[in-house]
Design a binder for this molecule. Structure first.
Ligand code: SF4
Ligand code: SF4
Length: 413
C-alpha cells in the first residue's frame, strides 16, 4: 500500500527532505485519531462508526515530521479529535506525544497537546496520561440531564468524570453547543456552569445540520440569538465577574475595541478563516482536510494525502476553491454595520449543509443591534471580563503570503 510504504521510507531517511509547503503556516492540527465513537449524538458533524479505524503511529509520526520541518510557527497544537479520542489506549498517546516533542525539540520548536472528548470513557490510566503528558482537555457538554432533554445523553456520567478530572488537577475547558434542544435553556446552563460545575469560561458554538445531523432543520436566527442574549444577560446580572463565553467575549472586544480586530487574526472569526493555512484536519489514513469540521470520508473536500509528493500549487488551488464556494452568503457584508463584530460563519459547516447558508449572519445582526442598544450595561461587563479571563489567548507572528507579519491567535476548533 502506497501510504505505508512511503511512511516507512520517510521515517528511515537520513537526509532532511525539502519542507512540505502545505504546512508552511500551520499552527494547529486537528488529528482525527479514530473514526469510532461510543456515543451517537444527533447533531454530530462526523460520520462515526462503531467499528472504525484508528490512526497508526507511523501516520502520526510522519505528520509530526512534516509539520515541524515546514511550519514557520514556533509552536504547533495537536488537537486529538475523532470520533472519540479517549477510545485509544494511553500507550498510544504516550508514544505519540513523546515522538512529537522529540521532533519539535530537534527542530527548535514546541509541541502542545489538547483533546476534545465526550468524557464517557475515563479510566484511572487515562487520568494519569492526561496529567503526565499535559494534554489540555476540552469537554463536550450541552445539557443537564434532569432539567431538559439532551441531544447527547450520558450527561450524568460526564459530570461524574468531570469532577474526577478536577480533583486530579487536569486542565479542562467546556465546549457547549447551541442546539435544537437547549437554545431556550442558556440561563439555566450558565447558572449550572457557575454554581455547580464551578466553571468561569466556556464556549458555545452553534450547531449546523451536517454529518450525522444532516437531516436536522437549521436553527432559526431567533433561536440562536435567544441563547446568546441569555448568556449576555447572565453576564450582566453577575457583572461579568463570574462567567465569560469565548465567542461573545470576542464580539464584545471587537465592539468596544475595534482596533484589536485590525491587529489580531483569529483562526475562525475572519472573512477568510485559517482553514487550509493555519489549521488542517488529518484522518486516520493521513488524508488532509481544510480543518477538523469535516468527516473523515469527506472526499469532496479532501486536499490530498500526507504521503503525496509536495504539490503545494494544486493543494493551494483546492484550499482557495473551498474558500470561494457559495459567495452569495456575503454579498451584503461591505455595507453591513454588524461586520465590526462578525465572525462570518463557518465555511466548513456552510458548504456541507443542505441549505449552504450562513445561519449565523442574521443572529449576528441581531446581536449587533442588542450590543448597540445595551452598550452602557455591557461596557463594565466587557471591562470586568478582560480582568477575569485566566490568561490571554496564546499566539505568535507569522509572515503571510504577501510578506506582511500578522499576529495569529491559536484557538481550538
Ligand atoms: S452579519 Fe452577515 S452581512 Fe453582516 S458582515 Fe456578517 S456575514 Fe456579512
Ligand atoms: S471557521 Fe470553520 S472552516 Fe474555518 S477554520 Fe474555523 S472551523 Fe474550520
Amino acid at each position: 500500500m502506497k501510504t505505508l510504504a512511503w511512511l516507512q521510507q520517510s521515517l528511515s531517511r537520513k537526509q532532511p527532505q525539502p519542507a512540505d509547503q502545505r504546512f508552511a503556516q500551520i499552527n494547529t492540527l486537528v488529528v482525527k485519531v479514530t473514526n469510532r465513537c461510543n456515543l451517537d449524538c444527533l447533531y454530530c458533524y462526523e460520520n462515526i462508526q462503531k467499528k472504525g479505524q484508528d490512526m497508526s503511529m507511523e501516520v502520526f509520526v510522519a505528520l509530526a515530521e512534516r509539520v515541524f520541518q515546514a511550519t514557520q510557527a514556533p509552536e504547533v497544537l495537536f488537537l486529538f479529535h475523532g470520533g472519540e479520542p479517549m477510545l485509544l489506549p494511553a500507550a498510544w498517546y504516550e508514544q505519540a506525544c513523546a515522538a512529537a516533542r522529540k521532533i519539535a525539540k530537534r527542530l527548535d520548536k514546541r509541541a502542545k497537546f489538547a483533546m476534545q472528548s465526550n468524557l464517557v470513557s475515563l479510566t484511572p490510566a487515562k487520568i494519569k496520561m492526561l496529567q503526565d503528558l499535559q494534554i489540555e482537555l476540552g469537554i463536550s457538554f450541552d445539557g443537564i440531564a434532569e432539567r431538559f432533554a439532551s441531544m447527547r445523553n450520558q450527561e450524568a456520567k460526564v459530570m461524574e468524570n468531570y469532577w474526577r478530572l478536577r480533583e486530579a488537577n487536569v486542565k479542562t475547558g467546556i465546549l457547549t453547543t447551541i442546539n435544537h434542544q437547549n437554545f431556550a435553556h442558556f440561563d439555566t446552563i450558565c447558572r449550572f456552569l457557575v454554581e455547580e460545575a464551578k466553571v468561569n469560561h466556556f464556549k458555545a458554538n452553534v450547531v449546523s445540520p451536517v454529518g450525522r445531523g444532516y437531516g436536522l432543520a437549521n436553527l432559526s436566527a431567533a433561536q440562536i440569538f435567544e441563547a446568546q442574549r441569555a448568556i449576555l444577560e447572565f453576564m450582566i446580572e453577575t457583572q461579568g465577574k463570574v462567567l465569560s463565553e469565548y465567542n461573545l467575549s470576542l464580539a464584545l472586544d471587537r465592539f468596544f475595541n475595534p482596533s484589536k480586530r485590525l491587529a489580531t487574526t483569529t483562526l475562525c472569526h475572519e472573512k477568510r478563516c485559517g482553514a487550509g493555512s493555519q489549521v488542517l484536519g488529518i484522518t486516520t489514513t493521513g488524508d488532509l482536510l481544510p480543518c477538523g469540521r469535516f468527516q473523515w470520508d469527506d472526499h469532496l473536500y479532501q486536499l490530498g494525502n500526507l504521503a503525496d509528493d509536495n504539490q503545494a500549487n494544486s493543494f493551494q488551488q483546492k484550499v482557495d476553491r473551498f474558500h470561494d464556494l457559495v459567495p452569495q452568503n456575503w454579498f451584503d457584508c461591505p455595507t453591513c454595520p454588524a461586520k465590526a463584530i462578525c465572525a462570518f460563519g463557518c465555511q466548513a459547516f456552510i458548504v456541507r449543509s443542505q441549505a449552504q447558508a450562513n445561519v449565523e449572519c442574521l443572529p449576528t445582526k441581531m446581536l449587533f443591534q442588542y450590543l448597540t442598544e445595551n452598550q452602557e450595561r455591557l461596557r463594565p461587563i466587557w471591562e470586568n471580563g478582560q480582568k477575569t479571563r485566566s490568561k490571554p489567548q496564546a499566539g505568535f507572528k507569522i509572515k503571510d503570503k504577501l510578506g506582511n507579519y500578522r499576529y495569529y491567535q491559536i484557538q481550538e476548533t
